[in-house]
Design a protein around this ligand. Structure first.
Ligand code: ACO
Length: 324
């Protein structure tokens, strides 16, 4: 069997029109722009309109990624949607996006690893593509966390936002790929931490959707160590290092976590792509949103070495290293 690489062909993203600033939030709960910026780096987030669902956001990001790739929906035979805020309990929201794109072949499914969802989805798509099961995948992260926030809880409602991002991955024979594609991925989870960041509802337990609950300090305490561990694994597996990477595109949860992780790893600040200020924590959507920004503004170029990482509820965490 010929060796295959999963090469990025295109990237796209979408943010809902409505913007909620820190000043707006200060009218809703006892908080301030100063507190939010100092603790998180977030200045504003986007909120889905009434009737605008995760599938709508994901579809727009997927369409933008297809345009960027110079492909059409007919070229896609795999859709993996990372989300914790599906339109419905089932069917998978990926199937709705598949239908809206007019695709009737291949497979589409959702993947749930909370904020780590995009890295988990990328690794899953890569495994399927390299096995030769599919030719081209849309890997989407799309979320409407505004629907599961407790808008009375200032400890959580200021942190999250809605949005979507997507990449098109293509299985390319090794000889043609010329070193491009996903080089390694490292996925982890540890359910001992499952009660530190969770939603207090679900179909099988309460029969309700529930609201996000979090022990912020506990999450913060574990985040940097977990993130740096999986990145160290990525470097060890590939022989790459903080010096050899071109861009670090972390999950956009919190400026302090991003800065502390980069500092611990010795990654120069100018290599770090940070977009959390503009859209808050969009969970599984945050990495492809940041990738799209850095690709469009000319930072990420063909052949660049790009390091991704995420950590989230579960806890789940993971890293991926790719040559664009
Ligand atoms: N505005 C003003 N005050 C607030 C707010 C707010 N929005 N939220 C909490 N406070 C208050 C608290 O009530 C507390 O007041 P008290 O001292 O009178 O009791 C005080 O601020 C300190 O609260 P802490 O929770 O200890 O504040 P901390 O410095 O830990 O910052 C934060 C909170 C920003 C949530 C921090 O713990 C953090 O960043 N945690 C990581 C959480 C995260 O990023 N989660 C995302 C999901 S996981 C992931 O994606 C990695």
């Amino acid at each position: 069997m010929i060796g295959l690489h999963s090469v990025v062909r295109g990237v796209g993203s979408y943010l809902p029109q409505k913007v909620l600033t820190n000043a707006d939030l200060a009218h809703m709960v006892d908080t301030s722009d100063e507190w939010i910026v100092q603790r998180t780096g977030i200045r504003e987030r986007h909120i889905a309109a009434d009737g605008e669902f995760t599938s709508h956001l994901g579809l727009k990001a997927a369409q933008a990624a297809l345009v960027d790739a110079g492909l059409t929906a007919a070229d896609i035979d795999l859709i993996i949607l990372a989300t914790s805020t599906p339109d419905q309990t089932f069917p998978a929201t990926a199937v709705t996006i598949q239908y809206e794109l007019g695709i009737t072949r291949g497979a589409a499914f959702d993947l749930q690893a909370v904020c780590s969802g995009f890295v988990f989805a990328l690794a899953t798509a890569d495994a399927h593509l390299r096995m030769g099961s599919f030719k081209r995948a849309l890997v989407i992260g799309a979320e409407t966390f505004s629907r599961i926030l407790d808008w009375q809880d200032r400890g959580t409602c200021v942190l999250f936002g809605d949005g979507a991002g997507a990449v098109v991955l293509e299985a390319v024979p090794e000889a043609e790929a010329q070193g491009r594609g996903l080089l390694t991925s490292h996925l982890r989870s540890d359910g001992r931490h499952r009660s530190k960041l969770f939603v207090d509802g679900g179909p099988s337990s309460t029969g309700t959707v529930g609201h996000l609950r979090m022990e912020g300090r506990e999450v913060f305490k574990h985040a940097v160590g977990m993130i740096t561990d999986v990145i160290t694994d990525a470097f060890a597996a590939t022989g790459q290092s903080a010096d050899s990477i071109d861009w670090f595109v972390p999950h956009q949860a919190n400026r302090r976590i991003i800065d502390a992780s980069a500092q611990k790893l010795g990654i120069a600040p100018e290599k770090v792509v940070t977009t959390v200020q503009a859209h808050g924590n969009t969970s599984a959507a945050s990495i492809p949103l940041a990738l799209d920004v850095a690709r469009r503004d000319g930072r990420i170029k063909d052949g660049d070495l790009v390091l991704l990482e995420a950590m989230g509820g579960g806890f789940t965490w993971g890293s991926a290293l790719l040559r664009w």
